[in-house]
Design a protein around this ligand. Structure first.
Ligand code: DC
Length: 236
């Protein structure tokens, strides 16, 4: 049996992952973070690059996308069920901390712009849903490309200033005017790049429900989505 899908898309730092996880917990669904697969593939590429040319970590230039994907299969990159979500494993060891580090973050954007990488990841995501679990999937193109038939689609937004403030808070730094200005500019530039790239640009699906979280509290945004989901999915 195919599982049900709630798709949550939106720009960087819009709170997709934390929202998706809380919605999944409230509904008894699993949270599937598509970004973690993009990050995992990037880490595979960096390790392959370092094996081939010590000290060089640019995976696309040193290894190439096709060879990175072969290495991802050979070295067992996978998401394994873990509590309310999935944990990323590579070479038999958990890599969740490493894929969220600065090295991977600096390179994931280029890797995720390669069409064969996107196709490989999309087929993995679809296979996980065919396996039958109900999921809340978050990403950039979940409602448009990966699961266009998702039963519920949400497009999260917030002003660049609000997202910048949250990002700085997450890092534990004080939110002063200088930091806010720099982070807001960085997010606006990333939004522009993500929305204008040729392959799977960040775009709200026509049937997605927009949710602007700039001025609402986190528990309220979670409740909003859970209340939309209950009549669609009923008791599962
Ligand atoms: O959500 P995140 O920061 O973990 O995403 C990591 C990168 O992967 C980010 O550069 C955007 C990309 N990504 C994507 O292109 N499509 C997705 N469905 C999810 C992530």
């Amino acid at each position: 049996m195919k599982g049900g899908v709630i798709a949550i898309d939106g720009p960087s730092a819009s709170g997709k992952s934390t929202t998706a996880r809380a919605v999944a917990e409230a509904l008894g669904f699993a949270h599937l973070d598509s970004g973690s697969l993009y990050r995992g593939v990037t880490l595979v590429g960096m390790r392959e690059a370092a094996r081939r040319e010590r000290g060089r970590k640019d995976p696309l230039a040193v290894v190439g996308a096709e060879a990175i994907l072969r290495a991802a299969e050979d070295r067992g990159l996978m998401l394994q069920p873990d509590g309310a979500g999935f944990a990323a494993y590579l070479e038999g060891a958990p890599v969740d901390a490493e894929i969220r580090g600065a090295d991977v973050t600096a390179r994931v954007s280029a890797v995720s712009a390669v069409p064969v990488v996107r196709e490989w990841i999309n087929s993995r995501l679809r296979a996980m849903v065919r396996a039958g679990r109900d999921v809340v999937v978050d990403g950039r193109d979940i409602g448009t490309v990966v699961f266009p038939d998702a039963e519920l689609k949400i497009f999260l937004t917030a002003t660049p200033e609000a997202r910048a403030g949250r990002r700085i808070n997450q890092r534990g730094a004080p939110v002063d005017a200088g930091r806010l200005e720099a982070e807001t500019a960085a997010l606006a530039a990333r939004d522009q790049a993500d929305s204008s790239r040729a392959v799977a640009p960040l775009l709200a699906a026509a049937d997605a429900i927009p949710l602007d979280t700039t001025a609402i509290a986190f528990p309220d945004q979670v409740r909003f989505i859970v209340e939309l989901a209950r009549p669609i999915f009923g008791q599962r």
